[in-house]
Each structure stands twice: as structure tokens, then as C-alpha cells.
Design a protein around this ligand. Sequence first.
Ligand SMILES: Cc1cc2nc3c(=O)[nH]c(=O)nc-3n(C[C@H](O)[C@H](O)[C@H](O)COP(=O)(O)OP(=O)(O)OC[C@H]3O[C@@H](n4cnc5c(N)ncnc54)[C@H](O)[C@@H]3O)c2cc1C
Length: 587
Amino acid sequence: METIQSDVVIIGAGGAGLRAAIALAETDPGLRIALLSKVYPMRSHTCAAEGGAAGVIKGDDSMDLHFGDTVGGGDWLCDQDAVEYFIDQAPKELTQLEHWGCPWSREKDGSVGVRPFGGMKIKRTWFAADKTGFHLLHTLFQTSLKYESIRRFDEVFTTDLIVADGRVQGCCAIEMRSGEMIQFQAPAVIICSGGAGRIFPFTTNGAIKTGDGMALAYRAGVPLKDMEFVQYHPTGLPSTGILLTEGCRGEGGVLRNKDGYRYLQDYGMGPETPLGEPVLKTMELGPRDRLSQAFWQEQKKGNTIPTKWGDCVYLDLRHLGEAKINERLPFVRDLAKSYSGVDMVTDMVPIRPVVHYMMGGIHTDINAATPLPGLFAAGECACVSINGANRLGSNSLTELLVFGRRAGESALAYVRGDSKPTVDTAEAGRQAAAAQARIQALFDRADGGETISGIRDEMQHTMEEGAGIYREEEPLKETTAKVASLRARQTGIALKDKSKVFNTELTAALELGSMLDVAEAVALSALNRKESRGSHQRLDYVDRDDKTYLKHSMAHYQGEEAPRIDYLDVVITKSQPGVRDYSGAKS
Ligand SMILES: Cc1cc2nc3c(=O)[nH]c(=O)nc-3n(C[C@H](O)[C@H](O)[C@H](O)COP(=O)(O)OP(=O)(O)OC[C@H]3O[C@@H](n4cnc5c(N)ncnc54)[C@H](O)[C@@H]3O)c2cc1C
């Protein structure tokens, strides 16, 4: 088996992984960095982001306002020290990206343009038309090419962490084009493997978002934090789940029910506002959890439009006119035309809420460090936590930059620090051989009559049934039990494709294993949280209960047993829990 020795291994080459790699390479040119990705880096999900990245830049904005929006938007479950750090660093990172060549869209006077975004009560979202993620990822990727010390391993699929002596010491991975196992030995590992939206049937997430890195850390003893908080985005295309960015509403798009009525005014989201210019704080610019919940209520009232893909409402952008749509939203116009056959210049677009983002993830402290020495995490796979119970749109791209860099800096301090962590190469070799044997066992397994797609399908549907926009005790119990039984049943899957070269059946089986572990943590954390907060809405516990649940849920892996859930205090620095007000009143 090939062995690669380096100082830091990064699992994931999306926005967070590339930013971490650059931070390491520019600070210490002598460092050996291995950057692993199961796809070519530009195929990472960051590339799909459309709307923008938040950071205070204009005179009428302030750090305090961004802080207030983020903490209130997160229903006070954010760690406020992490939010303060994030907000302070955000403009620096976005400016740095500009210096590396990111083509931010401009105002007429040449200054950086900002657009409104849901839950942000002032315009602060930097954007590059509606292809922000593409430009951000491209900028990082190009910048990373400058550094010879970043050694890329594209299409290399990580299967296990190597943990010895109570520390992480590397990871094992399959080189997909040969099927051979590689052991990566390193005293520090940063996980930047993205989210896990694929545990649900209808999602904006790319097919690769299967929670692999979350499962790696979880199985190695690191808790998964706040997993019950799953974000639905209110505007997905009904057939595919493809996202129409929040920028649509930021630019003045409105939501209408089957009667053409702007129903959000009935849900505490402010009075109806004139069409055209967006009016901040109200209506369509409310936060995503509230808008998705309002859809559900309209559906219950019979005010949605039935389609063969499920019930929908309309996104209406017609009043913006063709010129503005082409300038600000060219990509979404194309998407609506290609996938729904609707031109948003002349017609309303049917849309419905769609699973979009995991607020929870690998537990880290403010330095992006996990409790396992040598292991760091950043980006969507991690929970630091700045998103609390509901992420505000456009905070995530900025989070990749701020905490990707921070993870790089922390890993560097760890490997260069006084403890001088080393790798026990003999033990690493033994663990890599064991990992290889486990993969071989998948090929040798007897057929128990189960299929990957069958189990995946059952998992996705039970997650939607029990852990969707609204939840309650009995369906959640059923979902938890079902996912546990599916975890057991996966041993009945036999791989039919025995080849080694690009064996996607093998990687799909491994991804399914990760998704089932993550799904169980989501369902059980949701069952145990008997209150409603942000994206976690319980029909049987409708109120927020700060006395009992102003706490992070921590799911601890227990092998074949269900995870153990306990709680960790939220860090509050300056904002005591209050009422989330999106009524349009001055705040
Ligand atoms: C359609 C869409 C639009 C969005 N729009 C916005 C927006 O406008 N603004 C905003 O702030 N946020 C947006 N988001 C959210 C944001 O884009 C993501 O949260 C963020 O890009 C995640 O970045 P990441 O670096 O954590 O992970 P990703 O970009 O998902 O990268 C994950 C990396 O991990 C690698 N990986 C995973 N598993 C393995 C494994 N087993 N072995 C090796 N490598 C592995 C992958 O190959 C990939 O390189 C959007 C999300 C979606 C889905």
C-alpha cells in the first residue's frame, strides 16, 4: 500500500478546504500539505452557490447589526464569541478574495455591490451576479495553484481516520481510478467535507453531499453538534430541487399562493410592501425557517398549487423587468427555463421548500479544533457554531473563508507547537491494513437481498416523514427506529461490481454508511429536543424553551447502539435571548 507522509492532511477541496490549504501554504512554505477530494475540486458543492457572501462594508452597516441579525436569525443558539470573530473577519476575507481576483459585482460608482438577503435587515451580501460560488471557488482554486507545497489528490475517497495514542495521525483513502488504498500519515487532519443534504429525498445538494467527513469524525469519538437543525430553502424548483437563489427575493421577487395573494403578510412577516424595490425586514426577506414554515401552513389551508412533483407556490419576478433579471439573475432565468420550462420575465415560477443546509456538524471550538487532538474541521461539515438554529443565507460562504483560514492556522500551530506531535508509523500501517480488509470484506460479502438504492430510498423518505419542516413525537420515534433498522440492514448489501477502477458502487455503499450514521444523529437529536427553535419546529412543543434547551445537542457515536445525546452550554457574550421580530417594526 502506498504511504504519503505530510504535515497536514485536508479532507475536502471545496471553499473551506482550499482556504485552509492556502492559509497553511502561505504561512509556512516548508509545510507538506496533502489536499484530498473525492471529486475534482471545482466540482465541490461550493461551486453551486448562487446568491452571495455576507460581510459588513457599507457605511450604514455595522458589526453590531450583522451580529444582531446572525444571532437573532439563529434563534440564540449561536455561540456568540464565534459570531463576533466571524463578523470581524468577514470583510477582511472578502477583500482578500477580491485581491486574489474574485470579480465581485459593482455599484455604478465602482464600489463593491451588496444585495439584500433573507433575515439580514440591511444590505450586506457581496455577490458575483448569481454565480458567486463558482467565482469564489475558482478564485481559491487558482490561488492554491501558486503553492507547490499543496499536493492535490483528486478523486481520492477517504474511508477512515487513523487514531492512535488518543490523537489523530492521518487517514486512509481509496484512489478511485486504481481502486488502491493509500495511507496518509500526518500529525494533523482538517476535515472540510461539506454537508449531508442527501439524507433527504428532495434537496438542493449535489449528489456528493453525503456527510462522509461528519461520519469519520463521529466514529472517531468526536460528537456531532446540533444535528436536528436542518434548513429548508423556500425556493427550490419542484422537479429537481435545483435552487433559485435567495437573491431572487433580495432583488424584489415576491411569493404568491394559488390565488396570487402574497401570503407572507399573514405570518407575522410585515405588511404588504410595494412591488419593485425590496423593503428590508419584511415579507419575502424574512429568514428561511419562517418562510418554509409559512409554506407548510398554506399547504394545510389548501392554498398551494398541486403539481406532479408535489404542492407549490409561485415566485413572481415579472415586475423586475427583463433588463434587471438579465443583469442580476441570468443564471436563475436559465435554470427556470431549462428545468421548469418557465421564463420568469413573463411568467411566475412554481417553487417549493427544499432541504438545503445542515446547521449542525462536527463539534469544534472557536479555533476550529475538535476535542480529538490533531483533528480540525471547518465549513458546512463543522459546527463552530455561528449558525445556531437557522443559518442566514450568505453567511455560509463567508464562514468557509473565515474558519477555513482559522483551521489552517490552528493546525499549523499544533504541528509546529511544543508538543511536536509525531506519527506512530507502525500503528498507522496496522490501521490502514485493517481499513483495507474492511473494504475487501464489502466485496466478499454474501448477498443478503438488500440494495444500496433500496436502503437509501427508505432512509430519505423516513427522514422526510419524521424529521421534515414540522416534527412531532410519534413520527420522530418511527423515523429513529427505522434508521436504526436500516443501519443494521446495510450488512445485507453485496457489491455486484467487483472491478477496482472507478467502482462507484463501492463509493455509494460507503456514502450510504455515512448518511445512515448522520441521519440517526439528526433524528435522535430532534426527538430529544422537546421545544421549537429556528428550523426545528415541533407540533407537540410549539414554544421555545430557553430554560431547558438553550443548549447545543451533542450526539456521541456508540457503534451499533443508538447514539448518546447530551448537551453543552451556548456561549452568550452580549445578546440575551429575545423575540425574533420580522414584522417590519423598527428594531
Ligand atoms: C445550491 C446551493 C446554493 C448555495 N448558495 C449559497 C449562497 O449563495 N451563499 C452562501 O453563503 N451559501 C450558499 N450555499 C451553502 C454553501 O455553498 C455551502 O455550505 C458551502 O459551499 C460548503 O462548502 P464546504 O467547503 O464546506 O464543502 P463543499 O464545497 O461541499 O466541499 C466538500 C469537499 O469535500 C470533499 N469530500 C467529501 N467527502 C469526501 C471523502 N469521503 N473523501 C474525500 N473528499 C471528500 C468533496 O470532494 C469536496 O471537495 C449554497 C448551497 C447550495 C447547495
